[in-house]
Design a protein around this ligand. Structure first.
Ligand code: RIB
Ligand code: CA
Length: 319
């Protein structure tokens, strides 16, 4: 009788600006047996750093995972100021009230936490970035040997050969800190970029949320957050799964067909035209360190199935 070997779960650090879709992605990660969340680093983005960090602490407390350290990160981008997206995520960043957290952040800031974790576990930690890339850019600027030690890097951001969701050129994370995005994308470090193109195809409707039959505390909170989001505005029809799709790419890579490219990002050092800041420009379609989804390369049904399974939502009839 041969033993069945189950690979050890992947250690991951998630850099996040919670935010409703960040919260859904975090709940998925915390429910996934393939992942061992060893830390969260927070950044302003959807909301200021205070609420973003409080939300990260409160989410971990809600699922009894206060063993996971939360390291506070960027309050401001590398240039200028964050625009925030309170109109999307609510003033405090979450659309279902959570008790104020009793746990506290790590004494170590986000950049140092990332550097220490990557150096202590060379080749074994996956970094998943779900907000503006300020923490990762500062990490690479101040500790250039650290990020290359990551086992994998996955980023939600950018609009590659497709319109943005903030300006015609830029997606929110890259728009929020275009210089950080440029520094990470130009670093030469191989990474998977889940950009606007696949995210446009993967969404949940109001009816999908109402039909969910969550069986876990994570799934119940996810349904409450999404119901709260739809409840904020009766005209809302689709909740796009930006950050959750990045988690899908981390645990089920076959759900998204990828192509290797070389890319840059416009910022104030590349153009004076601020309407272009955050724009992704593909420099080489035949190869390079940035893996992006092929056009039409996302398996929507598989992606939604993985999201529902990780949230413990039963499949609606027929799906
Ligand atoms: O453009 C979508 C991205 O910006 C998501 O990560 C969302 O949470 C916001 O950070
Ligand atoms: Ca985010």
């Amino acid at each position: 009788m041969t033993a069945s070997y189950v690979a050890a779960p992947d250690a991951v650090v998630i850099d996040t600006d919670p935010g409703v879709d960040d919260a859904i992605a975090l709940l998925m990660a915390l429910s996934c047996p393939q992942l061992d969340v060893v830390g969260l680093t927070t950044t302003a983005g959807n909301v200021p750093i205070g609420p973003a960090t409080r939300n990260a602490l409160a989410l971990l407390e809600n699922v009894s995972r206060t063993d996971i350290p939360v390291a506070r990160g960027a309050a401001r981008p590398m240039r200028g100021r964050f625009a925030y997206a309170r109109h999307v995520h609510s003033a405090e960043g979450l659309t279902h009230p959570l008790p104020p957290p009793t746990s506290r952040t790590s004494d170590t800031g986000a950049v140092r936490f990332l550097a220490q974790t990557l150096r202590a576990n060379p080749g074994r930690v996956t970094v998943i970035a779900l907000g503006p890339l300020t923490n990762l850019a500062r990490l690479h600027r101040d500790h250039p040997t650290a990020l290359p030690l990551a086992k994998r890097v996955l980023v939600m951001g950018g609009a590659v050969q497709t319109p943005g969701n903030v300006t015609p050129s830029a997606e929110f994370n890259f728009y929020s800190d275009p210089t950080a995005a440029r520094l990470v994308i130009e670093s030469g470090i191989p990474l998977t970029l889940i950009d606007m193109a696949p995210c446009r195809q993967v969404f949940l409707t109001r009816a999908d949320v109402e039909a969910a039959r969550p069986s876990t505390s994570a799934g119940i909170l996810a349904q409450q957050l999404l119901a709260g989001w739809f409840g904020q505005d009766p005209t809302r029809e689709r909740f796009h799964m930006y950050d959750p799709l990045t988690l899908v790419a981390a645990v089920n890579p076959d759900a998204i067909r990828l192509r290797w490219t070389t890319m840059t990002v416009d910022d104030s050092t590349t153009t004076d035209d601020s309407s272009l800041w955050g724009r992704c420009r593909v420099l080489d379609e035949t190869g390079g360190p940035i893996r992006v989804a092929e056009r039409g390369g996302v398996d929507v049904q598989t992606s939604l199935r993985v999201i529902r399974e990780l949230l413990g939502w039963s499949h609606p009839a027929g799906n």
